[in-house]
Design a binder for this molecule. Structure first.
Ligand code: SAM
Ligand code: SF4
Length: 444
């Protein structure tokens, strides 16, 4: 077993887990390859959050079945949340599979791959203590490093499969995390994003999330710090104060609300009311002027009435999030809500979702239009995919900004004047283009 092709689905946490797996595999002498055709083993790192995510992976397994028909030695594995969710059933259902490995089995991956070459293997033990804190991920080169600070989730929102696929909440020690931030900075990363399902509930010993932000703020080479996703109930005054006082913590928070109806929030077990959420928004906006906020919302949760939906629509107009991830409710086996009758038809869910999408599009457009004429500080990430002479990067508020290529290197900060906007992108021109180095310096 020498070469592995790794494909990632789902959230940033999965992208970070793939980097962890890549580190484990490389240390075991295996090489990551870019094409499944060149691999001795392929691993799909999967997501189970909505049914659609699982369907995509099952479809992709069809491609690997064809590859395996041509190369019967190929080992095919499924890792991550879907592996944990469907467990050994996956091995039975999909003959193409040799390996099923859950999120707490990655340390054993090289050995599991070798065993799977001989006979199908499933390793879906959840481990309350596994944090991988001692393992160095193989990070993709880039200006941004995603660092997992916490694994699992204890919140048990009634719609969500994560506590079942990723197990109990565990935090990595502060010292391990500071070391990871230092390594990422030494490797050229300029922006660090802390990851956790309820990242602001991070706690290790006497240290809480505010202490973690303050410690990371001291690391040389890091220009910007972000985190995702905080839970509204864990947004303590200490965390808000750390955000306000740490110069490197950027003024943007992704703060999932899910629904603006208290009845629905209670049925979801979100542990806050709309007024509670309003209070978090008020404290954040007071402490961090100009802070941008984004959110997640679910349309068509069991029992959601038209009136509940209208509350969400009205609150969108009130709070004016910068952007939002909007989902149709998807019933997930194992969760509490799975046992409840679905009261909103697929058509109606679709109608509600479309209304939310259209409204958010309009609001994001208004917010972006108002930025035309202002200046943004942009962390340059590189050339756009279309390579049309444009550079792109993120503003302090995590808005995507594109501007004419002025020779700025990735990882540098530029001041950019905003000259145009769409609901998803700001268009600008750099006002402090780097001056070319003089070829000869004359005089002293
Ligand atoms: N832990 C994060 C939090 O609570 O904010 C988010 C985790 S989840 C990967 C991201 C989003 O997926 C959630 O905020 C929720 O809006 C959505 N989601 C989770 N389960 C869902 C389901 N069964 N149907 C539809 N959307 C779901
Ligand atoms: Fe899922 Fe809720 Fe945990 Fe987020 S906080 S991962 S939505 S259970």
């Amino acid at each position: 077993m020498k070469t592995v092709f790794l494909e990632t689905y789902g959230c940033q946490m999965n992208v970070a887990d793939s980097e962890l797996m890549a580190g484990v595999l490389e240390r075991a002498g295996m090489a990551l390859v870019d094409r499944p055709e060149d691999a001795d083993a392929v691993i799909l790192n999967t997501c189970a959050i909505r049914e659609h995510a699982e369907q995509r992976v099952l479809g992709r397994l069809g491609d690997f079945a064809r590859l395996k028909a041509a190369n019967p030695e190929l080992v095919v594995g499924v890792a991550g949340c879907m592996a944990q969710h469907l467990r050994a059933k996956l091995l039975e259902k999909r003959r193409v599979l040799d390996l099923v490995v859950g999120p707490d089995g990655y340390r054993r991956l090289p050995e599991l791959l070798r065993r799977a070459a001989a006979a199908p293997v499933a390793d879906v033990r959840l481990d309350r203590d596994e944090t991988y804190g001692d393992l160095e991920p193989r990070r993709e080169r880039g200006v941004r490093a995603w660092i997992t600070v916490q694994r699992g989730c204890d919140k048990f929102c009634t719609y969500c499969v994560v506590p079942f696929t990723r197990g109990r909440e565990r935090s990595l020690p502060l010292a391990d995390l500071v070391r990871q931030v230092e390594r990422a900075a030494a490797g050229g990363c300029r922006e660090i994003v802390f990851l956790g399902q309820t990242v602001n509930s991070w706690r290790h010993g006497d240290d809480d999330f505010a202490d973690l932000l303050r410690a990371a703020n001291e690391v040389d080479g890091v220009l910007r710090l972000r985190f995702t996703s905080p839970h509204p109930s864990d947004m303590t005054d200490r965390v808000v104060a750390a955000m306000a006082e740490c110069g490197k913590v950027m003024p943007h928070v992704h703060l999932p609300l899910q629904s603006a109806s208290d009845r629905v929030l209670e049925a979801m077990n979100r542990t806050y009311t709309l007024d509670g959420y309003r209070d978090v928004v008020r404290r954040l906006r007071a402490a961090v002027p100009g802070i941008a906020l984004s959110t997640d919302l679910i349309a068509g949760f069991p029992g959601e009435t038209e009136e509940d939906h209208r509350r969400t629509v009205d609150y969108m107009r009130e709070v004016r999030w910068d952007s939002a991830f909007l989902f149709k409710y998807s019933a997930r086996p194992d969760t509490k809500a799975f046992r409840w009758p679905e009261t909103v038809s697929e058509d109606e869910k679709g109608r509600r979702l479309t209304e939310l999408i259209e409204l958010q599009h309009a609001l994001s457009g208004e917010i972006h239009d108002a930025l035309v004429g202002t200046e943004e500080e942009v962390l340059v990430e590189g050339r756009g995919r279309r390579d049309d002479g444009q550079l792109y990067g993120k503003s302090r508020t995590f808005r995507t900004v594109v501007f004419g290529d002025d020779g700025s290197a990735p990882g540098t900060l530029r001041r950019v004047r905003i000259v145009g906007a769409t609901p998803v992108t700001l268009i600008g021109e750099s006002v402090d283009a780097p001056r070319p180095e003089p070829l000869v310096t004359i005089g002293g």
